[in-house]
Design a protein around this ligand. Structure first.
Ligand code: PA5
Length: 424
């Protein structure tokens, strides 16, 4: 595995005997997951998805991506939740690989946002990809209505057939019926994979291929993680170590986990992680609340609370060995700001010292922490990271004795909103 887990800043919070005591429960969770006998088993298709993804599928997506980049300057991706955040996390993480811009719509109900987006894209050559597993979600459905009108004003019906691509349920849903009627190209989203686990299905892979991302590397990384994370060994298998540690901390009253990153490119990995962990664990009155911070920015806002506020949290730091960019700090003859101590160093050297200082200070302040390190910002590392977190949340979910693969609570607001809208 390129990614590593370090747990030395848990000393005094989680002990070796805590891991030993929980082993029977972990073994049970592992067997339920691997044998598909646990809660929510109908949505565990993500488990062997990397291995099941064929070269022919990847070829098809890559070829479509090449076609799209020939006739389009940009892509508008319409989707929300699991049909949005994973894609965006991947694109931000792999920003240096991206060949054409991807704009997002249907991820909110803000009229100003859509107004400015369409104004900006008026003169661009556009491909629209609509991603909705159910094909019935309000935000993407309404954004698609508005964007389809905009596209119809720009292009003929024939041209739209190559510029509109729908990724949805293979048999049912409004988006499926509409694309069939209009002749839009469609890709199926696996019915045994829930939205928040769907980044490695066509829901993520197709738009990523359009943007020119190395989807082969992504799947390769996920395959490596699938192999690594299937071993029932809580020291060896880092997804299990992470999952169990989180559970043990929760049992000791640490009910909030803060994912803390030091790179802008990870800010949507944080958003994806929050959905994955929040929707998977937060039910039946249980669950670790997933929060996130972007350091060092948030050290100047939330740092105080983490250092000295309620002692109910733990942190998971996510950092990269190689930042991928060189940004050397210049020397200064006057040294008026006294920073010649780092002259000639890369800015990332200071970022790494900021991480070390933060981890030490927070640990001493009563916030235990773990460290996940990726080696670099490439597709392989990201594929590993996605799978690692998916496997970990499944295990913590089973330890918490919840169904980690449903999200009944997401429906509550929708029912009330449909009543207010008078929707049948
Ligand atoms: O995790 C989930 O299931 C949700 O976040 C969905 O992904 C989100 O509501 C979008 O649903 P759909 O893809 O059906 O439009």
């Amino acid at each position: 595995m390129d990614i590593q887990l370090n747990t030395e800043n848990l000393n005094g919070f989680v002990k070796a005997e805590d891991y030993a005591a929980i082993l029977p429960e972990v073994t049970k969770a592992h067997e339920h997951l691997e044998n598909k006998t646990g809660q929510g088993l109908e949505f565990t298709g993500w488990l062997d998805l990397p291995e099941r993804t064929t070269e022919a599928q990847l070829d098809e997506y890559i070829q479509l991506g090449e076609e799209v980049r020939e006739h389009s300057d940009c892509v508008i991706s319409i989707g929300i939740g699991g049909s949005y955040i994973g894609l965006r996390a991947a694109l931000e993480f792999l920003i240096s690989e991206q060949k054409i811009p991807v704009y997002y719509a249907g991820n909110n109900l803000s009229s100003g946002y859509l107004f400015h987006l369409l104004k900006e894209l008026q003169d661009k050559r556009i491909t629209v990809v609509v991603i909705s597993k159910s094909g019935t979600t309000t935000e993407p459905a309404l954004a698609f209505r508005i964007i389809l009108k905009f596209m119809k004003e720009k292009y003929s019906a024939d041209e739209l057939k190559k510029r509109i691509i729908c990724i949805t349920n293979p048999v049912k849903g409004a988006l499926r019926s509409m694309s069939k009627k209009e002749g839009y190209r469609t890709f199926p989203v696996n019915s045994d994979v829930g939205g928040r686990f769907s980044v490695l299905t066509p829901a993520g892979l197709v738009p990523l291929a359009m943007a020119g991302i190395d989807i082969r590397g992504l799947i390769q990384g996920a395959r490596e993680a699938q192999k690594h994370c299937s071993v029932m060994d809580i020291q060896e298998n880092i997804a299990y170590k992470y999952a169990i540690t989180r559970y043990l901390l929760y049992k000791k009253g640490k009910v909030i986990e803060i994912l803390a990153t030091f790179y802008q490119r990870l800010s949507f990995v944080e958003e994806w992680w929050k959905q994955l962990f929040g929707e998977s664990e937060g039910k039946d009155g249980k669950g670790i609340y997933p929060a996130s911070v972007s350091f060092t920015t948030d050290l100047h806002s939330l740092g105080q609370f983490i250092q000295e506020g309620e002692r109910t949290m733990f942190e998971t730091f996510l950092i990269a060995t190689e930042s991928g960019y060189e940004m050397i700090i210049p020397g200064s003859d006057e040294d008026m700001d006294n920073f010649n101590c780092v002259a000639g160093q890369d800015l990332d050297y200071v970022n790494k010292r900021a991480y070390q200082a933060t981890a030490m200070a927070h640990f001493e302040g009563g916030v235990p922490n773990m460290l996940i390190t990726i080696s670099r910002f490439d597709a392989k590392n990201l594929g590993q990271l996605f799978y690692f977190f998916e496997k970990a949340v499944a295990i913590t979910g089973y330890l918490l004795e919840v169904n980690p693969f449903n999200q009944p609570g997401v429906e509550a607001y929708k029912t009330k909103m449909f009543q207010l809208l008078g929707r049948k």
